[in-house]
Design a binder for this molecule. Structure first.
Ligand code: GUN
Length: 298
């Protein structure tokens, strides 16, 4: 079979560029005596993935020049205690935005915590007000992974109008908002969107007719070459931590796409790591900057 030259959608490079742009803006705000954007993050327990993500968020805040506060609790924190902290952050005028890292322990209702967050400080974009506003195209905080993917498609000038976009996965954090955004009347957007999930019967046929596939299933190497049309654009949201004896950390991040066999069929594809991951973090930073500037809500 004839192979085509594919191009990487380099999230690491794009996010580095965005970081530079934001650091310059923060320096200007500082010089003009304005308010330094302040992000707070609540981390419960010691889940390896969550620890890594939150550490990376705090580090990126510092690199851009934001103020950041990390609030930690053990696994046995009560829902009441967490709700009290959320209320405190809602009322802290210095905190522009905050996140509660998910997942939370089973005895705490994630939905209850999310709904307790003031939507004007909900830089994760998980509150129903932000989700609802996004779905009808109003200004809002858009959750970081879908926002990061849109930015990546935009900076690589990927054509989307009228294209068939298949979203694999229907999570509240990625699949659902991604599908909403890809069908919105704008660029990137204007796609015909199909959402497939674990119960879909014709998933392979759908994928084979897709111009753009966004895979967010959390199933390592799920998307194979025989599911992909020649010249398709592939976005891999998967980040499963697989045990590895060769890396220092003892694990290797594995995407939802069987990269080696899928890449030669593509026009563009995101690597894992270095694709969607860095774009997610930088999009949270952009939401923090918007919160600091009161650009979306007064
Ligand atoms: N867990 C996995 N992704 C995310 C995210 O974007 N935000 C939060 N708060 N938790 C997560």
């Amino acid at each position: 079979m004839e192979e085509q030259q594919y191009q990487l959608l380099d999230g690491k490079a794009v996010s580095a560029q965005m970081k530079k742009e934001m650091a310059e803006e923060v320096a200007q705000i500082k010089a003009a005596g304005g308010k330094i954007p302040h992000l707070a993050a609540i981390l419960v327990g010691h889940d390896g993935g969550s620890e890594t993500y939150v550490a990376s968020k705090v580090k990126t805040c510092n690199e851009i020049g934001f103020k950041s506060t990390l609030i930690r609790y053990e696994d046995d924190v009560t829902e009441e205690e967490l709700l009290r902290k959320v209320d405190e952050l809602n009322n802290d005028a210095d905190v522009d935005g905050f996140i509660v890292q998910l997942p939370l322990p089973k005895h705490i209702s994630e939905q209850k915590i999310i709904e307790a967050i003031d939507y004007r400080k909900d830089v994760d974009g998980f509150h129903p007000i932000n989700v609802g506003r996004m779905s009808i195209g109003l200004p809002c905080f858009v959750s970081a992974t879908p926002a990061g993917i849109l930015e990546l498609l935009k900076r690589y000038e990927i054509p989307t109008r009228g294209k068939h976009c298949v979203v694999l996965g229907r999570s509240n954090i990625v699949g659902k908002p991604m599908a909403t955004l890809m069908m919105q009347k704008s660029y990137p957007g204007d796609c015909t969107v199909t959402v497939c999930h674990s119960r879909s019967e014709n998933l392979k046929e759908m994928c084979l007719s897709a111009d753009i596939i966004i895979v967010a299933l959390g199933v390592p190497e799920f998307l194979k070459a025989d599911m992909v049309k020649k010249g398709a654009v592939i976005v891999d949201v998967g980040t499963t931590r697989m045990p590895s004896s060769v890396t220092k950390s003892g694990f290797k991040l594995t995407g939802d796409v069987k990269f080696d066999e899928v890449a030669p069929k593509c026009s563009y594809i995101t690597p894992v790591p270095g694709g969607v991951g860095p774009m997610t973090i930088i999009s949270l930073m952009r939401n923090t900057l918007l919160a600091g500037k009161k650009a979306i809500y007064k």
